[in-house]
Design a protein around this ligand. Structure first.
Ligand code: NAD
Ligand code: ZN
Ligand code: ZN
Length: 335
């Protein structure tokens, strides 16, 4: 395979936003590193929070944090991978040697803060990606496409991590808010874990897809649902009204996981939180082991991520479409 010196990609700076560049360098893998040919990369709503709302995930990097590719070149002394092998990136890009990483909590590695793929460090909105720490690559099962794999690295991984964190099980009564890229997979995962699920989404097309999964879905909660009904509320939106709803409808001792980043800050009713001992749990992306498990869920047919595809150069059009909430599920791009 001949690898060019230059490539196109979408580069982000705080000053100029996300811009197409035709002359980005192709990295040369050093000892222990490898070069990935990007096969598919997904667009996440977090990208929009960065571009339009000033969510701070660093400066000067190629965006695109849902990445599947194939190994294009190995650096000297790089072991464990073969040229051409299909792999996906564990976005949080853990260092592998700190206490958190050693404990399997590599999604919260302090050494990799803002060194995340496509968020601080370079990501997949380019043709070739230099992978500094190949430990953060997971092999893609044969029966999973690279397009699906890209979406799995976040749109499946993140809800999977949240579902595990909440301890969802067949006795759980779960409220899920937002059935978009992440939420639609979160619903399938919670279903695979045997939970009773109620979903809210403001958009009719999204509700239609949820209905097809055989799950109860509404624009707003029906009047017969009592406050304090849910063991777990997974909020894939998180603005003040959705957070307030979660607090009102969570049971005593229940769990709220605000996965969405829809508002930079939300407030809560402290008295109610204390008196009913409600738990608010932060949840960031997922661990490398969670990603292995997320692939297994898809490979076994328990979760089917809905992905549409487009050429990478059409990314700006799809960013506008996602901003206007004009499509459902995930769109992945092929560079
Ligand atoms: P998306 O745009 O694909 O989906 C959002 C869905 O929520 C849409 O179906 C929309 O109709 C619905 N919605 C929006 N506002 C609503 C409201 N007020 N009430 C009911 N439904 C509403 O977004 P996505 O890519 O799935 O991302 C969801 C959120 O998760 C984003 O805020 C993103 O930044 C965040 N995120 C967090 C993590 C994490 O690690 N915590 C990881 C990835 C994404
Ligand atoms: Zn994301
Ligand atoms: Zn670490």
């Amino acid at each position: 395979m001949s690898i060019p010196d230059k490539q196109y990609g979408f580069f982000y700076t705080k000053a100029d936003g996300l811009k197409l560049k035709e002359d980005l360098p192709v990295g040369k893998p050093g000892p222990g590193q490898l070069l990935l040919k990007v096969d598919a990369v997904g667009l996440c709503h977090s990208d929009l929070h960065i571009i339009y709302e000033g969510l701070d995930c660093g400066d000067n990097y190629v965006m695109g944090h849902e990445i599947a590719g194939s190994v294009a070149a190995l650096g000297p002394e790089t072991v464990g991978f073969k040229i051409g092998e299909r792999v996906a990136c564990v976005g949080p890009n853990g260092c592998g040697i700190c206490r958190e990483c050693r404990a399997g909590l590599d999604n919260v590695c302090k050494n990799a803060f803002l060194d995340w793929f496509g968020l601080g460090y370079n990501g997949g909105y380019e043709q070739y990606l230099l992978v500094k720490r190949p430990r953060n690559l997971v092999r893609i099962p044969d029966n999973v496409t690279s397009d699906q794999a890209a979406a799995i690295t976040d749109a499946v991984l993140t809800p999977y991590h949240a579902v595990k964190l909440a301890g969802i099980n067949p006795t759980s009564n779960v409220l899920i808010i937002g059935a978009g890229g992440l939420g639609i997979n979160g619903i399938q995962i919670a279903k695979a874990f045997g939970a009773k699920i109620t979903v809210l989404d403001k958009k009719e097309e999204a509700r239609k897809i949820v209905k097809e999964l055989g799950v109860s879905v509404y624009e707003s909660l029906p009047s017969d649902v009592q406050p304090g009904s849910f063991d777990v509320c997974l909020d894939f939106v998180v603005v003040q009204p959705t957070f307030d709803l979660c607090q009102k409808y969570t049971k005593p001792k229940g769990i709220i996981i605000p996965v969405g980043l829809g508002a930079p800050k939300v407030s809560f009713d402290l008295g109610d939180l204390a008196l009913r001992e409600i738990n608010i749990l932060g949840s960031f992306w997922g661990t490398s082991n969670d990603l292995e498990e997320a692939f297994e869920l898809v490979s076994k047919g328990l979760v089917t991520p809905k992905v549409a595809k487009a050429p990478l150069k059409e990314l700006p059009t799809y960013i506008k479409k996602l901003k206007n909430n004009e499509y459902e599920g995930r769109v992945v791009f092929n560079p």
